[in-house]
Design a protein around this ligand. Structure first.
Ligand SMILES: C[S@@+](CC[C@H](N)C(=O)[O-])C[C@H]1O[C@@H](n2cnc3c(N)ncnc32)[C@H](O)[C@@H]1O
Length: 238
């Protein structure tokens, strides 16, 4: 019997082409900026928190082709990714990537990671599975480990326009930062902070990135990041 194909198996071929949109393309010089900007945001979070990452283990859930992990791989002790789409992860080379066979069950043992990210994943996850997925993220985190969810901001009209016309996002259901936070606290992670970003096109950001950082609390950036932490150690219950 043929195995069922994950939604993104159909999108993996020519994935970059399918992401193309005149407004999205006009914002950046190359698509790489979207990954670079997220890596900067993550690196700044750890710097601000005075946490050295050199010895830490990072898991990117829904890693796709592993592009974000490539930015961080030399800054962490080890990095890994998982994704339900075999076709997406088979295109990521040189990083440990595992197939995720169930939408809310990660293919890693309890307490394996110090940092977990999920970038532009939750809007593709059925709403009833979002909290179970976050609980499983908590399970694989070590005590004091951090979780960062990055999502499209539904309050930004340009984001909504691009999402509504992009084939990769057909069927996507955007969630607000407030809702993202509720998954974090609902999964018994401590909420730490949120920030909005992607206000400025790449050319402007490179000249005036400090302006974008000043705007981080205004809920109109193109995307947002929400950070949580597993602060209570209850090993028996995970
Ligand atoms: C828009 S892509 C983002 C890929 C990557 N995170 C990035 O930022 O480039 C969404 C990814 O989420 C994955 N995904 C969908 N449902 C998921 C789930 N329940 N758990 C983990 N990943 C999931 C898809 O297979 C796809 O690779």
């Amino acid at each position: 019997m043929m195995e069922p194909r994950a939604e993104f198996d159909h999108l993996a071929e020519n994935y970059e082409g399918r992401l193309r949109h005149p407004v999205r393309d006009g914002f950046v010089r190359t698509n790489e900026f979207y990954h670079r900007r997220k890596w900067m945001l993550i690196a700044e979070f750890f710097f601000r928190s005075r946490v050295a990452t050199r010895q830490l283990a990072w898991l990117d859930v829904g890693c796709g082709k592993g592009e974000l992990l490539r930015y961080g791989r030399y800054h962490f002790g080890n990095v890994a990714g998982c994704d339900p789409s075999r076709e997406m992860i088979c295109q990521a080379q040189g990083i440990e990537l595992r197939l995720q066979e169930a939408p809310a069950s990660l293919p890693f043992p309890d307490h394996s990671f110090d940092f977990v990210t999920a970038v532009c994943v939750y809007h593709h996850v059925e709403e009833t599975l979002r909290l179970p997925l976050t609980r499983d993220i908590r399970r694989v985190l070590r005590p004091k480990g951090f979780f960062c969810m990055i999502e499209h901001n539904p309050f930004n009209p340009i984001t909504r326009l691009i999402v509504s016309q992009c084939p990769v996002d057909a069927g996507a259901r955007l969630l607000s930062a407030h809702r993202a936070r509720s998954y974090i606290t609902g999964a018994r992670l401590d909420y730490l902070e949120s920030q909005y970003f992607l206000y400025l096109p790449e050319g402007w950001f490179d000249k005036a990135g400090s302006l974008e950082r000043k705007l981080k609390n205004f809920p109109v950036g193109g995307q947002y990041a929400v950070f949580g932490q597993k602060t209570v150690y209850d090993g028996a219950r995970g």
